[in-house]
Each structure stands twice: as C-alpha cells, then as structure tokens.
Design a protein around this ligand. Structure first.
Ligand SMILES: Nc1nc2c(c(=O)[nH]1)N[C@H]1C(S)=C(S)[C@@H](COP(=O)(O)O)O[C@H]1N2
Ligand SMILES: [Mo]
Length: 212
C-alpha cells in the first residue's frame, strides 16, 4: 500500500489496519457527489421526520431550531466506494440518537430513508441509523461545512460506505419495510459495509435487500 511519508515517525503501516479491504488512504478532502451543489436558503430550509413515527405525526425543525439541538462530536473515517478513504476527521453535529429520541419511530420500523436535496436518498437499517456514531454533521474539524461538503447538514455513518451519508440532508423517513435509495437502486450494495467490501448489488445475499 502506498503509505504517504508523514515524517512524523509514524509506523509506516499505522493506518493500514484502519483501511477496509481494497481502500487506499487519500490526503486532503476531495469533493465527491452526483449532480449540482444546492444553494442554501435558511428561510426555506426545514428538517422533517416523517413516515412511521410512533404517534403518526411528522416532526419539523427550521434551521434555527435544528441548530439549537445538542451538539456531539464523532471521530470517523470516510470510505468512498470508489476506493479511497479519508482518515481521522472529527465530525460535529446532532446525533441520530437525538433525532430518534425527539421523533420516536413506531415499534415496527425496520429501516430509514434519509432524504437530501434534489431527491438524493440512502436507505439504512434502523440499527445502522441508531448506531451511537451516526451523526447529522454541521461541522468537520471544528469548522462549519462548506457548500460542496454538504452545508448545512450531512449524514455521517462511519461504519458504512460514504454514499450512505447524504450531503444536504433534509429529512428522514421511517420505513416498516426496506426500500432502496438512490445508489442502492443503481447497482450499489443495499447495506454497504466497507469491512465486508459490500460494494455492488450483485454481491448481495438473500436477506441483504429488497429484490431489484
Ligand atoms: N446528496 C448527496 N450526498 C452524497 C453524495 C451525492 O451524490 N449526493 N455522494 C456520496 C458519496 S459517494 C461520497 S464519497 C460522499 C463524499 O463526501 P465529500 O464530498 O464531503 O467528501 O458524499 C456522499 N453524499
Ligand atoms: Mo463515494
């Protein structure tokens, strides 16, 4: 593996065990997404939780309200399915746990669909969404996200490939049956665990996802 020379006395392969199979470390922070970068307008922005909520009601936060929710940080690597990984970012924002507590799902919720601007979406098993490290990030390394990186809000799911973390998130839909998101409908794996190299839908095993 081409380990960049840091000159800090680091063990050459220190990050090798942090890299999922088939990934290479990439320095810096490239911008990776499909389609244009949406323009943020605070007065039109809202974050919605809908679908199978416990009481059947939707929840809605405007930007000011969402920004006032408790702030958490999570250390996480970003693994792009195109085989590069960016290691060691500190993400700050609102924990998915906080959203689940404020807008509880019905008991039969099995999955969520996370929705972003322009209809981008990613489906997650409820356990992946409820993972303690799953975060709606507003910041990275203490700085507000830039527009290209998802300002004002992006999801970070550290244990899955990064396409499972929509930038420009606008809401969460609670599902009582799994449904494929944007890339999951277009040839990418329904679960997307980088440690198991679940890159493509043809690798899916029975039970990994709804029929294609
Ligand atoms: N809305 C939206 N979010 C997205 C994507 C996208 O196409 N649209 N691409 C995903 C992919 S494939 C990756 S690798 C990460 C890249 O995040 P970055 O540009 O901040 O590095 O964003 C993810 N979130
Ligand atoms: Mo990606």
């Amino acid at each position: 593996m081409g380990q960049p020379d840091s000159g800090t006395g680091q063990v050459p392969n220190a990050s090798a065990e942090r890299l999922p199979p088939g990934q290479r470390e990439r320095r810096g922070w490239p911008v990776t997404h499909y389609g244009p970068v949406p323009r943020f307008r605070a007065e039109r922005w809202e974050f919605r939780v809908f679908g199978a909520t416990a009481d059947g009601d939707k929840r809605c936060w405007n930007h000011e309200e969402f920004s006032a929710l408790p702030y958490h940080t999570v250390l996480a690597d970003l693994h792009c399915v195109t085989k590069f990984s960016i290691l060691g970012a500190e993400w700050g924002g609102v924990s998915a746990d906080t959203v689940l507590a404020l807008a509880p799902p019905a008991p039969d919720v099995t999955h969520v669909m996370v929705w972003a601007e322009y209809g981008y979406s990613a489906n997650l098993r409820i356990a992946d969404f409820a993972d303690a490290h799953t975060l709606f990030a507003t910041h990275r390394d203490g700085e507000l996200l830039t527009a290209e990186h998802g300002f004002p809000l992006r999801l970070v799911v550290p244990h899955l490939y990064a396409w499972k973390g929509p930038k420009w998130v606008r809401g969460v839909e609670y599902l009582t049956a799994d449904r494929r998101g944007f890339w999951e409908e277009r040839g990418y794996h329904n679960i997307g665990d980088p440690w198991r190299e679940q890159r493509y839908s043809y690798q899916e095993e029975p039970g990994d996802g709804p029929a294609l």
